[in-house]
Design a protein. Structure first.
Length: 397
């Protein structure tokens, strides 16, 4: 029979065990305080305590044992909660992008790598730091250059955490420390450069020098930060002189253009001049060889003529005289006519004879110093001497 069926023993079947809690035929819910007490009694029994006694004992010990059981149950529940909290707080996870700095009683203990880690609750303090992500900081300001000119420089610094321990313990505000160090390094390098270097060709070199000096500052301060890259985004003169500076820039560009044109012309002219010089040197060498060989030939011909002259000086002298006279007269435009030889009138082609004389004169003048005339005379003299010798030989026979 169900406990709530009519006619049943409600006191025996009531799951709340409350015989006197209900009056008459009241079917409402049980009393909340009494239900809480019952639950605490059952929890006390589970933890090894003693529950309430039924009947007269429960009536006699009513207030004392009920209060003691409730207090013990509360303590047990609190203990369970504390143990659960301690266990929950004893383990933590470090991601791949993080490093964990563990402080024990406020003093550095160790640096944990990624994974599931253990700590002592309420004793160890764990600070997780992102070490792989690249962060960005901006810096901008007006500063003086080495030649006492104002310039505005916009700088971007990319950095990351290189040492988690130094990052957590050595610097209270890493962003502020980085900003101060960046401003100091930038002003030092700009103050050591001229305005033209900062505004034009020296920007890339300026970024490299600032990066090196800034990294040195951060290592000296022990910030635990590592510089990835420094970019000089823009360098501008003050607004009041920007127009004048643009004019200077245009003049500098024109200067560069003229230099490039001059360099192009130089690259074109210098090889040509070198080629001409080499050609002249080769022509001079060829002329030297030609003159030397010609002098040697003339010497050899003169020696041969000398030997012939020594054999027959009169004949050689006469022949040379006639050949020379013929050569001289052939170059002249005058025509000699012997009128005593004949009484007939002669018709001479004067125009052709004049042109022939002029052409022979031009050819001989273009020849090298009369070398061919000397050679011709020599050959003719030798031939004449040999002819006369043969004639004399035949007569003597």
């Amino acid at each position: 029979m169900a406990w709530n069926e009519p006619g049943g023993n409600r006191n025996d079947n009531d799951p709340w065990g409350n015989g006197g809690g209900r009056r008459g035929n009241d079917q409402g819910p049980p009393d909340l305080d009494e239900a809480l007490k019952k639950g605490l009694d059952k929890l006390n029994k589970m933890l090894g305590g003693k529950g309430k006694k039924s009947g007269g004992d429960s009536g006699n010990s009513g207030g004392g044992s009920g209060a003691a059981g409730s207090f013990g149950a509360v303590l047990a529940l609190a203990a369970i909660l504390v143990v659960g909290y301690v266990i929950f707080q004893s383990f933590y996870t470090v991601n791949e992008q993080e490093r964990a700095v563990v402080l024990r009683f406020g003093e550095f203990s160790k640096t944990e790598n990624p994974g599931l880690r253990f700590k002592v609750p309420l004793i160890d303090d764990v600070t997780k730091v992102l070490v792989t992500s690249v962060r960005t900081a901006q810096s901008s300001g007006q500063m003086l250059t080495q030649d006492e000119n104002l310039v505005t420089v916009d700088l971007q610094v990319q950095y990351r955490v290189g040492d988690a321990r130094d990052y957590v313990l050595n610097v209270r505000d890493s962003n502020q420390a980085l900003a101060f160090a960046t401003d100091s390094a930038l002003r030092h390098e700009v103050g050591s450069s001229s305005l033209d270097d900062v505004l034009t060709e020296g920007r890339a070199e300026l970024a490299v020098r600032v990066e090196q000096r800034l990294q040195g500052f951060l290592q000296e301060y022990g910030t635990g930060l590592e510089i990835v890259r420094v970019n000089v985004e823009s360098t501008q003169p003050p607004p009041a002189v920007q127009d004048a500076f643009r004019e200077v820039q245009r003049a500098r560009e024109d200067e560069q253009r003229v230099k490039e044109e001059a360099e192009t012309y130089r690259n074109k002219v210098v090889p040509e001049a070198r080629g001409q010089a080499q050609r002249m040197i080769e022509e001079a060498s060829a002329y030297k060889e030609e003159v030397t060989e010609r002098a040697r030939g003339e010497t050899a011909r003169f020696l041969e003529l000398l030997a012939v002259y020594q054999m027959a000086p009169v004949v050689t002298r006469e022949r040379m005289y006639l050949q020379t006279l013929e050569t001289v007269l052939s170059n002249s435009s005058k025509i000699l006519v012997d009128t005593e030889s004949s009484g007939n009138m002669m018709l001479l082609p004067l125009d052709r004879m004049t042109q022939g004389a002029l052409s022979r004169s031009g050819n001989q003048s273009s020849s090298s110093g009369g070398d061919m005339d000397i050679q011709t005379v020599t050959d003719q003299v030798i031939q004449e001497i040999r002819t006369r010798q043969d004639t004399n030989t035949r007569r003597s026979r």
